[in-house]
Design a binder for this molecule. Sequence first.
Ligand code: MRU
Length: 341
Amino acid sequence: MFVEGVKIEIVPLEFKNGKIRFIDVTKLPEELVYVETDNVERLAKAIERMEIRGAPAIGVAAALGLAMVAYNSKAKTYSKLAKELYAAAERLRKTRPTAYNLFWAINRIIKKFNELKNKPLDIIKSEIVREALSMQLEDIKNNISIGKHGASLLKDGDTVLTHCNTGSLATAGYGTALGIIRYAYHVQKKKIKVIATETRPLLQGARLTAWELVREKIPATLVTDNMVGYVMSKGMVTKVIVGADRILLDGRVANKIGTYSIAVLAKHHNIPFYIAAPTSTIDPKSKEIPIEHRKPEEVKTVLGKIATAPREIEVLNPAFDITPPELITAIITEKGIARPP
Ligand code: MRU
């Protein structure tokens, strides 16, 4: 598929005839598995188990999930449909607490639903589906704009370090930080290279970013998270670009655990540190960011398969950390590049 003349190679979420088809990213890089469901509980579980993950992808999945509920509803009154939609929205809101896009997407669909109150039920249902589908397309278009703006910061010879996975698999398609890399390399033909961190504990960098980069033949090297200081001190990194799960108005950014350490190292080594995210990641109200803490097993094993620590050991497993604005060179959104005042 092409959007605004740009090829979208991987579309991780699709809505068709009342069903959602998604790529279960926990199976990558070994297998490319698609799952189909018309059940909102199954979708909520997919987000919790991180079969669908990445802030924009979670948001689009929730919007499509509510569209799925509306499309399949047998409700004969507005209030019955409202009950079904609100219950689904409440369940989806409980899946993951940090990514703001989830709440943004649910609120947008519910707002649309409320605006349609006086319309016939079949119109309401089809308008909800239309809204969710347009949010999906908007996300891809926003990624391409982020790609264009961000790529203007890159030049031949740059090596960009990125963390976690911010690519097609983390969005409706194309990607944010990885979208910039994709745009610079494939559209603008810039001679850039990538260093991808493996991103413990769930290895989104090793399993997903490396998979996307290899698939698209973008020159890339994988490093473990604790090699970031080494590669920076050797002059091997010229820019850092990462994504975001929530951005506060004071400029603090929550992103995958490890982002803060990378930002501190980038500051020490005088390397520009960029955040790339759509404006749907910006939380206009909160003063603090809820940080998700996940199961200890994720740290004590490799992907639940091989034990790497004694079972009895205490574990800390925050999924995100917060980077303060003084460590951020600029934030790249679909609207442009925002630098600190
Ligand atoms: O826990 P995950 O894999 O959902 O965390 C994802 C990240 O931290 C990404 O950097 C962020 O969501 C941006 S994805 C475009």
